[in-house]
Each structure stands twice: as C-alpha cells, then as structure tokens.
Write a protein that binds this ligand. Structure first.
Ligand SMILES: NC(=O)C1=CN([C@@H]2O[C@H](COP(=O)(O)OP(=O)(O)OC[C@H]3O[C@@H](n4cnc5c(N)ncnc54)[C@H](OP(=O)(O)O)[C@@H]3O)[C@@H](O)[C@H]2O)C=CC1
Ligand SMILES: CC(=O)N[C@@H](CCC(=O)OP(=O)(O)O)C(=O)O
Length: 314
C-alpha cells in the first residue's frame, strides 16, 4: 500500500524542494492541488484529509489554519513552519537530537520540522550539554550566515531583482528576539537563551552556523579534543551528520557557505587552539536541505516506516 502525501504550500520554495525529493518513489502517492488553487481552502481541506501524511510549507498563520482544516484523526502532520516547534502535543523533528528521540518520532502524529539555524546549533550544542561538557547555564553565542532562499519567495525576489545592489553580507535579527531562539533554548537544554547573531549572504542557498566557546573558562575546562570526541561519538554511523577529524580540520583554511552544496548533509567541525583554550564549532548545511526539505523528507520516512534516507541527497 502506498502512503498518500500532500504538501500544502507545495508551490513555494521549500515545497518544491520536497516534491523533488519525493518524485519517482513508488511507495508514495502524491496528492496535488493545482497552483492556481493553492490558497483555496476547499481544495486544501480535501487534500489535507485525503492524505496519510501532510507536510505544511506555509507561513506560520497558514500552517496553524491548515491544522484546523484536518477533521479526521488519522492524518499525520509535518509542519515546516515555526508555528508548532515548542507547542504542546508536537514532537520536534530532529531525529538526531538525543538517544531515543527518533523512536519518539515514530509514535508521533504531529511533528514540527526544525528551523534551519537551530538544526546547526542543536547538532553542535545538544551532545555537549548531554555529556556535561557544556554547563547548562553557560552563556552561549551562535552566529553565522545563510543563503537568501532562507527568507522564502519574498527574500528571493528582493535579492534577485527588487534591490539594485543587495549587500554581500547583512547581519539581522537585531532585536535579539529571532523566532528560532525558543526552539534553540528548549531543545539544547540550556538554561538561558543563546545570544543569536545571524546574517544573510548574497548567495541563494547554503549556511554556516558557528558557536565559539572559551573552553578555558569553563568549570571543567574541556579540551578541543574532548569536544570533537563528544560530537564524533554522538553522530557515529550517521549517514547524514559527519564530524571532521582533527587531521581533516587541521588541513582546512576555511569553511564555505557551499560546503555541502545542494545536499541534505550536515557537516560539523571543531576548530580550536589548545594553548588558548578556545574553540570554534561550525556546522555547514544547506538551509533548503537538512535545514528544511531534507529534514521534512527524513521525518516523512520515519513516520511512514520507510528507510530513513530514502529520497535524500547525500
Ligand atoms: N526557505 C527556507 O530555507 C526555510 C523555510 N522554512 C519554513 O517553511 C515554510 C515555507 O517557507 P518557504 O517555502 O521558504 O516560503 P515561500 O514563501 O517560498 O512559500 C510559501 C508558499 O505558501 C503559500 N501560501 C502562503 N499563504 C498561504 C495560505 N494562506 N494558504 C495556502 N497557501 C499559502 C505561498 O503562496 P503564494 O505564492 O501565493 O504566496 C507559497 O506557495 C515557512 O514557514 C518557512 O519559515 C523552514 C526552514 C527553512
Ligand atoms: C535568511 C533568513 O531570513 N532565514 C530565515 C530562517 C529560515 C528558516 O529556518 O525558516 P523557518 O524557521 O521560518 O522555518 C530567518 O532567519 O527567519
């Protein structure tokens, strides 16, 4: 029996990426709504209720509304928006979060796909908090740069025409109240919100997320190698998340926004200086890959009991 899937918002940036990954998979049957009816509540209600699994690729308010249009108790939901990431009754869709989390997802009806920034941040920080290497009350900072497709159709239009000379690098989130901070705080296990300093780059896709750490000042003063070993252990055997070895890292002069290309991989690095007791933890991913569509397809596979990496670009 095939699993019936509907992508609500399937004609937007994330929806199109997901559809590309689901195309040609005989175990899935895709329900579609014509583009001109993409905002038609009647057509959407029918599709939402006909599907076994729906993936919401909508703005937050529309995602909340879509959930209210589901009037059966069978359809399962993966929401790519921010609407339900820290909401009661929803499971956070980051299977790698901690041991046992993937199993929680298999049992879930409502899954909230993580934000692209939190994906890199949590991959770097959660294992360190769990291992006791990073104290929960440590003042953590996270910065980085994202491709402009992270802002959806509106930001793509801005960068590809509406602004004459878009800036090469633009820090934003200057109120220090970015919508991703609540999920970063909740799922990292940190006691206080991290200071989040994002920037958007004049490149379509790709993302670097960086967490600098003053290891020397921490209670147990972990070494750079302790940090790398904890991450390597957390993701050992993962087909999606990699941790560069000390040798690989030593040979690198930089990490580019394009490091993983248009794939669903998540590459982690620990650069550091044992003499100064300082480290720079870096995650490289595609905001549209593991940061959005790749994660949604991975969650779909988990919910449907299919091989977890089916359809992913690895
Ligand atoms: N882009 C990214 O890197 C990431 C995006 N996300 C999240 O995924 C979601 C989708 O983002 P993205 O694909 O970038 O956004 P886009 O703006 O590219 O696409 C959104 C789609 O939803 C449609 N839509 C908007 N409002 C409604 C409505 N009321 N009813 C039905 N359809 C509607 C839009 O139609 P129309 O063309 O008419 O506006 C469009 O097709 C957002 O919540 C975003 O935050 C998550 C992670 C990363
Ligand atoms: C460059 C840019 O603007 N990026 C978006 C995040 C993209 C993302 O992860 O989306 P959601 O959390 O909305 O699902 C932002 O910072 O708001």
């Amino acid at each position: 029996m095939t699993t019936q899937v509907f992508i609500d918002g399937g004609h937007g940036t994330t929806g199109i990426e997901i559809a590309e990954r689901l195309a040609g998979r005989p175990e899935l049957s895709i329900i579609t709504v014509p583009e001109e009816r993409r905002r038609d509540a009647v057509a959407r209600r029918d599709a939402l209720n006909a599907a076994d699994i729906v993936i919401l690729c909508l703005p937050d308010d529309a995602a909340r509304e879509a959930v209210t249009l589901i009037d059966n108790d069978r359809t399962r939901v993966i929401d790519a928006s921010t609407a339900h990431r820290v909401a009661e009754g929803w499971t956070y869709g980051f299977p790698e979060l901690e041991p046992g989390h993937r199993e929680r997802l298999t049992q879930s009806r409502f899954v909230a796909n993580p934000g692209c920034w939190p994906t890199g941040f949590l991959a770097l920080v959660r294992p360190l908090v769990l291992a006791g290497l990073l104290p929960a009350d440590w003042p953590v900072t996270v910065s980085g740069a994202s491709g402009y497709s992270g802002g959806g159709k509106a930001m793509i239009a801005e960068y590809e025409g509406e602004v004459e000379s878009p800036s090469a690098f633009r820090p934003y989130g200057l109120t220090l109240a970015h919508k991703h901070v609540p999920e970063m705080t909740r799922y990292s296990g940190l006691a206080y919100p991290p200071l989040f300093a994002p920037a958007v780059a004049n490149a379509y896709r790709g993302m670097i997320v960086e967490v600098p750490l003053q290891l020397r000042a921490m209670p147990d003063a972990p070494t750079v190698e302790d940090i790398r070993a904890a991450l390597a252990q957390a993701y050992a055997g993962s087909p999606i998340v990699s941790v560069a070895s000390a040798e690989e890292s030593a040979g690198m002069s930089g990490v580019t926004l394009e490091h993983v290309g248009a794939t669903d991989r998540l590459a982690l690095f620990v650069f550091g200086n044992e003499d100064t007791g300082q480290a720079r933890l870096v995650a490289a991913l595609d905001n549209l890959g593991k940061g959005a569509a790749g994660a949604a397809v991975q969650n779909l596979n988990i919910l449907a009991g299919l091989p977890e990496t089916a359809g992913l670009r690895l």
